[in-house]
Write a protein that binds this ligand. Structure first.
Ligand SMILES: *Cc1c(COP(=O)(O)O)cnc(C)c1O
Length: 336
């Protein structure tokens, strides 16, 4: 497994810092909690998708693509970052946005990532939910070819095997930081959805023969379905990387207890977690992914699921631009 030989576009400013959260740790009277600032990857407000895009767009450039075709929900962080990356590399971008979350106020429909997308050189097509997205991507790609362009399709939030390399590399970066900082972390926790972040981390940790326990807190699917998705993606990715080690199905651990009503719909616990982190640590998280994952981590700490002398690293996957879209759904007054 050698990532350095793979084509890679330079979009990030790595490594992202690891910071200790003293006031949160003290407040929860539990393990010491650290945060990996993958909200600070660089590029258009940053986030976990940028790591995937370095490898995906490296692949696109190698294949001489001139137009990136992608899709997401209307408030997708992924599409904002694809648009930014394409602009930075001088490529065209065509995106399909689906209105999949049942929030219909002006802020959700127009602010946040919907607003930011339009800053970049991008063609946007909106679709109601219920379309077969693979088919729509195909149609868009064909239209690019017919005009004489060369399309490169990025599906599944960048969680393809190539995109997943980004988090294999992130695991390597994290292990290096642990060594340099003499940090002994027992658990890594992060938000999971399309699965590339978790699949990449699992491979990277296995490559380092690490004993760290990885937990993905899910933003959409039930536990079993998400674990299967991540496991299969990890296996597919390992085949591409010619890995000489294995991962076990039990290495893939997902908790789906904090999704709430549905993907993208706020929960009280998420809202409380956003306020807690802002007021104790001056940090902003997002309402769809990292906020729900934080709510999960805080609840599990409060339930005493981790040893008091353990150390947890929470990966901040970005997405704060989503806060603007949710301004009518989020309360800024703590209920506690
Ligand atoms: C996409 C996203 C995630 C989930 O990462 P996956 O690799 O899709 O599982 C988490 N947090 C934020 C902010 C995201 O945009």
């Amino acid at each position: 497994m050698n990532l350095s030989k793979l084509p890679r576009a330079n979009l990030t400013n790595l490594p992202t810092p690891i910071e200790y959260l003293p006031r949160l740790s003290e407040h929860l009277c539990g393990p010491k909690i650290y945060v990996k600032r993958d909200d600070c990857t660089g590029l258009a407000l940053g986030g976990n998708k940028v790591r995937k895009l370095e490898f995906l767009l490296g692949d696109a450039l190698k294949k001489n693509a001139d137009t990136i075709v992608t899709h997401g929900t209307s408030q997708s962080n992924h599409t904002r970052l694809v648009a930014a990356a394409a602009s930075k590399l001088g490529l065209k971008c065509e995106m399909i946005l689906e209105h999949r979350v049942d929030i219909n106020d002006d802020a959700y429909l127009k602010s946040g990532n919907v607003f930011l997308n339009q800053f970049f050189d991008v063609d946007i097509r909106y679709l109601p939910p219920g379309n077969i997205i693979e088919h729509e991507l195909e149609i868009t790609a064909q239209a690019v070819t017919q005009r004489g362009g060369t399309p490169y399709v990025i599906s599944r939030g960048g969680s393809t095997p190539v995109g997943t390399f980004g988090y294999v590399d992130a695991a390597h970066e994290i292990m290096q930081q642990f060594a340099e900082q003499n940090l002994k972390i027992d658990h890594i926790i992060h938000a999971t959805a399309s699965g590339g972040t978790q699949a990449g981390l699992i491979i990277g940790l296995a490559a380092a023969a690490s004993k760290i326990k990885l937990l993905g807190i899910c933003a959409n699917l039930p536990k079993e379905a998400q674990e299967e998705r991540v496991y299969n993606l990890a296996l597919e990715t390992m085949r591409l990387l010619d890995c000489n080690f294995n991962i076990a199905r039990e290495d893939v651990v997902v908790n789906s207890d904090y999704v709430g009503e549905a993907y993208g719909l706020p929960t009280m616990k998420m809202n409380e977690a956003l306020l807690l982190l802002a007021r104790l640590e001056g940090l902003l998280f997002d309402p769809v992914y990292s906020g729900k994952a934080l709510a999960g981590m805080i609840d599990l700490v409060e339930q005493g699921r981790f040893d008091k002398d353990a150390k947890i690293l929470f990966i901040h996957t970005g997405g704060e631009s989503g806060l603007f879209a949710y301004q009518n759904q989020l309360s800024v007054n703590s209920q506690k």
